[in-house]
Design a protein around this ligand. Sequence first.
Ligand code: CP
Ligand code: NVA
Length: 312
Amino acid sequence: MDLKGRSFLTLKDFTAEEIDYLLELAAELKAKKKKGITGKSLAGKNIALIFEKPSTRTRCSFTIGCIDEGGHPEYLGKDDIQLGHKESVKDTARVLGRMFDGIEFRGFSQKTVEELAEYSGVPVWNGLTDEYHPTQILADFLTMKEHFGHLKGLNFVYLGDGRNNMANSLMIGSARMGVNFTIIAPKELFPGEELVELCKGYAKESGSSVTITDSTDAVVGADVLYTDVWCSMGEEDKAAERIALLTPYQINSALMAKTGKPETIFMHCLPAVKEKEVTEEVFESAQSVVFDEAENRMHTIKAVMVATLGNL
Ligand code: CP
Ligand code: NVA
């Protein structure tokens, strides 16, 4: 599989085989790191990490993943560079492309990360936009593969804000990989119809399903219950409205029991707001795999950089 030179902007651009290749590579890099073996595949490569929004996991994963493979990461925070203040995305892209070998971008607009990719001439990786969070899905899927041994045929249920970056990207990834995907959300927070239709098409190809409902009865039979914050970064002013809409969709012990499967796992991309989208009890329970997901951010992000930029 050759992904050299490719950008990683949304999972829509990747086939099931390509996603699986990245998951296998991540598992391989993880096993090596556990034995104390790191690589040199990014030796001599300079990588820009642009962050318009804050980050713990994504920033640390790109930084450590890059250094582990012999590369040099450079953090560029929102107040450190001209982007968005004095310089257009197109111009910044062309400047950074002359200096760096790869660019990570986290921020608001999906258009920005796409423009960076179009004009920089180097691989660009989406570290989260308002619309998508594709690297997170690789970490989630690696965690599910480790836990269940496979992805195809699993019943995955996401509860909460059904139209945010996580819901969108999990829907794309699940439909691509043959995971039966359900969003349970109030109607006001259903995902965009166009994306749902696109994902239903992917699901048809992979032999899975996409279901959007406002009924928590749809958790029955779930292998995974997943949630995310009720207010994504930049939406903090919507807190009261979201609490009113989403309180019935909290993941708590009663909802975990309602799946009818004692082996259902709890997942969350983190950071989490306890007692809002998830109770402390579920978060801390034996069914919670949230810190495996967090660790796997690093192995999967490393795999994305190695596959698209590294000397394999
Ligand atoms: N899950 C995730 O993207 O975490 P950070 O916001 O800490 O990067
Ligand atoms: N939906 C959340 C994800 C954080 C990793 C946000 O955008 O803030």
